[in-house]
Write a protein that binds this ligand. Structure first.
Ligand SMILES: [Zn+2]
Length: 324
């Protein structure tokens, strides 16, 4: 931009005369034009930023919102996982502890009851729908977890009292691992390695080299010690209160282990082996309650830590083959 092309009209001569500026005037003019242009563009920029993109403080708030939202999403995952673990505890509580001790089951409805009002979380209605939903879900789940934990504590208290009043019965109930090896296969439909088809597997298979000690899992009386078809050498113990346990594929029986012998929990009753229809040496262990085979995984509570129980449960759920 320059001042070269500016004219003025000379009325006396009736012609356009070019205006001439000195160097200083020209520099000031150019500078003014540049400053003006700069101001206009800066203005447009600020307007665009504040309307389309947001002011710096709005941008910071937006980033904070996104961080909070993603934090809420991970909290949601954590809550879901805690809820699942609490449900597992509730199942074990009902199916094992309460049932063994003759306490009534606490139903899912009873464990979840207690959240009142038609819309107890209406304070979140002022937010955008997706945010309000997430906040309501989180708040209601946390209330729900607190409720479930409270009920679980009451249940454990009841169990403790019942236990103290039923110690004799409890020494008879199968409650420990029958051998020291890790779990190889669980209860339920499993693929039989020798017969080569799936069929109900009525017990647990534990790793056990030939000659490993096998223990009575509760006090009782030996009902049978001898050969029993595909199960090979077997010991069956009658524990009373409707419970029986069965130990299969044994190599030898312990001293005096015969029908009518009284045994105590933890007493060695036999050595494991590979007799009967097996793929290899291991210990097959069954628990029967009122003549029905039940999952022995629920009857290992006296010597199994929660971590070991969860590991056994994972193995039991994922391994589709049995060893017999
Ligand atoms: Zn088995």
């Amino acid at each position: 931009m320059s001042l070269k092309n500016h004219y003025y009209y000379d009325e006396s001569t009736c012609e356009f005369i070019p205006i001439t500026y000195n160097r200083k005037e020209q520099v000031i003019y150019n500078l003014s034009i540049w400053i003006l242009t700069g101001v206009v563009f800066a203005g447009i920029g600020i307007i665009l930023l504040s309307t389309k993109i947001g002011s710096p403080s709005e941008l910071a708030l937006q980033a904070e919102n996104e961080a909070l939202y993603s934090q809420l999403e991970s909290t949601k995952e954590a809550i879901t996982s805690l809820d699942k673990q609490l449900e597992d505890i509730a199942t074990r509580d009902n199916e094992v502890y309460r049932s063994i001790l003759g306490l009534d089951e606490i139903t899912i409805e009873e464990r979840q009851a207690g959240i009142g009002g038609t819309n107890p979380y209406e304070e979140f209605d002022i937010y955008e729908e997706s945010t309000a939903d997430l906040l309501k879900w989180t708040a209601s789940k946390i209330d729900n977890l607190e409720r479930k934990i409270g009920i679980q504590n009451i249940s454990f208290e009841e169990i403790k009292n019942q236990y103290n009043n039923n110690k004799e019965k409890l020494t008879h109930i199968p409650a420990i691992k029958p051998g020291s090896g890790i779990l190889l296969s669980g209860f339920g439909l499993r693929y039989h390695p020798v017969l080569q088809y799936s069929r109900p597997h009525n017990g647990l298979d534990f790793r056990a080299d030939i000659g490993s000690p096998v223990y009575a899992t509760g006090d009782g009386v030996v009902k049978f010690a001898g050969r029993k078809g595909n199960l090979g050498r077997v010991v069956i113990i009658d524990h009373g209160f409707g419970f029986e346990t069965l130990y299969a594929h044994l190599s030898t029986f312990g001293t005096d282990i015969k029908s009518g012998t009284k045994v105590l929990r933890g007493q060695e009753i036999a050595k494991s082996g590979n007799t009967g229809l097996v793929e290899g040496p291991h210990l097959h262990y069954e628990v029967h309650l009122n003549k029905r085979a039940v999952d022995p995984l629920f009857y290992l509570f006296a010597d199994t830590s929660p971590e070991e129980y969860m590991m056994f449960r994972r193995i039991s759920e994922t391994n589709t083959n049995s060893l017999d």
